[in-house]
Design a protein around this ligand. Structure first.
Ligand code: ADP
Ligand code: MG
Length: 384
């Protein structure tokens, strides 16, 4: 019996019906584009949330995480309500929110015993929350024979996070966790949700993608997402388009010239140029030229730092140190103001670049970052 099944047995007194896994993710390119109906390109990490789950049909939902103190949370499925103290009070809102969202969508989920544990670092911008939601959704999909597809499960998981937990995230994280495949990045159109797996086999090209978790989270980030979102929507209104995705890159300078507000101009320039960077990265990967992706990442970082202004000293330090040590390119990934950065590099330079980033953090008296290699991995699946 696996460790997680044994832990489930100790908690609930029986073996689980099954065990499921769902990964965290990093976004290769396409940042702050999802609420502009734009393009994103995440890949799944080898780090996963695991859930051992048994179905029950008496209306009781029991939740436990090996990774947080506080014991088993017991709820009734018919009493789940969004934005209650449960939703604000902690981790149990994520799996409970999935049960709520499934029931809202008309699926008669009548209870479950759930035990989770995860290797996805939390709060590092690597979507530990989406991994937890998607693993719960997939387990219930299987145990209740719901027949939902991976993208449909992602929509349920996003609804849980938006409406039950109260976090206004886009659809990228949950879709990445549900739909990514090994050796690929996922090109996702956040308007119509069409997807394509784009080959991104790092090992075959002797490349490495490092994830650098700065382990900082600046309070400044709290209202920034909403402010950028509002600014982008104002830009779309001023340009008379449904969303900034509808501004073609070829007409960017004309569009910018028509905008009087300097702040809105910067936001529009970021979003329109970032969608173009997604296009360029796809073209490079399709042409089997992944090394040329590096400079596009660094260009994207400059845009997030200077135009959208969502970077911070630690993220800039990662990018500068990595590029100075010979990386092909680097950028912050996720919402910014802390969290993680990614570095694309020759596999042979991994140690040199890692040391160089660590040294630059030590010299600047910063908390040592956590650095690991990202292997483009598969999406959520059943493992036992
Ligand atoms: P991110 O998704 O970037 O890691 P979030 O703040 O969106 O950061 O989600 C982190 C939250 O998800 C945690 O505070 C916790 O409530 C929940 N969570 C993630 N992984 C686990 C886990 N293994 N056990 C319990 N809760 C978890
Ligand atoms: Mg999250």
């Amino acid at each position: 019996m696996s460790r997680i099944a044994a832990a489930f047995g100790e908690l609930y007194g029986a073996e689980p019906d099954g065990v499921w896994a769902a990964p965290g993710r990093v976004n290769l390119i396409g940042e702050y584009t999802d609420f502009n109906d734009g393009f994103v390109m995440p890949l799944a990490l080898p780090h996963t949330a695991l859930a051992a789950v048994s179905r029950r049909d008496d209306g009781v939902l029991r939740l436990h995480s090996a990774d947080v103190d506080g014991g088993v949370v017991q709820l009734r499925t018919d009493e789940l309500a969004p934005l209650t103290p449960l939703a604000h009070g902690g981790w149990a809102a994520y799996p409970a929110g999935v049960v709520w969202a499934l029931r809202e969508a008309g699926h008669a989920i009548a209870g479950a015993d759930i035990h989770v544990t995860s290797t996805v670092p939390t709060g590092a911008g690597l979507s530990s929350s989406a991994a937890l939601e998607v693993v719960t959704a997939l387990a219930l999909n299987d145990l209740y024979d719901l027949g939902l597809s991976a993208p449909q499960l992602a929509v349920i998981a996003q609804r849980a996070e938006n409406a039950f937990v109260g976090v206004p995230c886009g659809i990228m994280d949950q879709t990445a966790s549900a739909c990514c495949t090994e050796g690929h990045a996922l090109h996702l159109d956040t308007r119509d949700l069409s997807r394509r797996q784009v080959p991104f086999d790092l090992a075959a090209h002797d490349l490495a993608l490092l994830v650098v978790d700065t382990r900082v989270k600046h309070a400044l980030g709290d209202g920034a997402y909403a402010e950028r979102r509002e600014g982008c929507e104002a830009g779309a209104r001023a340009l008379s388009v449904r969303a900034l995705r509808d501004v073609p890159y070829a007409s960017l300078s004309v569009a910018l010239a028509s905008l009087p507000d300097e702040r809105i101009r910067r936001y529009v320039r970021h979003v329109v140029s970032e969608n173009n960077r997604v296009d360029r990265v796809i073209a490079l990967l399709d042409a089997s030229d992944p090394r040329a992706v590096g400079p596009v990442l660094t260009e994207g970082h400059a845009s997030l730092r200077d135009d959208l202004r969502v970077s911070c000293a630690e993220l800039d330090l990662v990018v500068e140190a990595a590029n100075a040590a010979g990386a092909l390119g680097a950028r912050m990934t996720g919402g910014g103001f802390g969290g993680s950065a990614i570095v694309l590099a020759e596999a042979s330079l991994t140690d040199t670049i890692t040391k160089s980033i660590e040294t630059s953090f030590a010299t600047a008296s910063r908390t040592p970052p956590r650095i690991f290699g990202a292997i483009p991995s598969g999406g959520a699946h059943r493992i036992a």
